[in-house]
Write a protein that binds this ligand. Structure first.
Ligand SMILES: [Zn+2]
Ligand SMILES: [Zn+2]
Length: 138
């Protein structure tokens, strides 16, 4: 955490540790609900401020998958996401390094621009929800 120029505090460390352990891409609210029982001094505002600060410093990813609520990811390695709009599950998609480079070079940024964030997000129905969907329609 110090490597990112972030002063560690008990609450910040707890948020960071939660994200490293839970690769479920939680929202700030979900992190707060999970940690609050163990850390009575923790406030919702602290969690919100901590995740946005960690994301701004590049220590975690902020995923812009759903309007009005960010999901956070302790895994900052390049990977894409699939959000199931039915069950809400967010799947990690880890591309091959070569495929990822090809994808980015197929859609390059404007000349001279500096890219600070790249996100590849899919949305739809996961296999399980899609199957249930099909059964309902038959
Ligand atoms: Zn689903
Ligand atoms: Zn992820």
């Amino acid at each position: 955490m110090e490597g990112y120029g972030i002063r560690p505090s008990l609450q910040r460390m707890a948020v960071m540790a939660y994200l490293m352990e839970h690769r479920t891409h939680p929202t700030a609210d979900e992190i707060f609900s999970a940690l609050a029982p163990a850390i009575p001094t923790l406030s919702r505002t602290t969690v919100y401020n901590t995740v946005s600060m960690l994301a701004a410093r590049g220590a975690i990813l902020a995923l812009d998958l759903e309007a009005g609520q960010m999901h956070y990811d302790g895994d900052t390695s390049p990977h894409a996401h699939f959000l199931c709009t039915c069950c809400g599950h967010i799947y990690d998609i880890v591309p091959e390094a070569e495929g990822w480079r090809q994808l980015l070079s197929a859609a390059p940024p404007p000349p001279g621009a500096r890219v600070t964030d790249t996100q590849l997000n899919y949305k739809g129905l996961c296999a399980r929800c899609n199957e249930q969907h099909d059964h309902k329609n038959n």
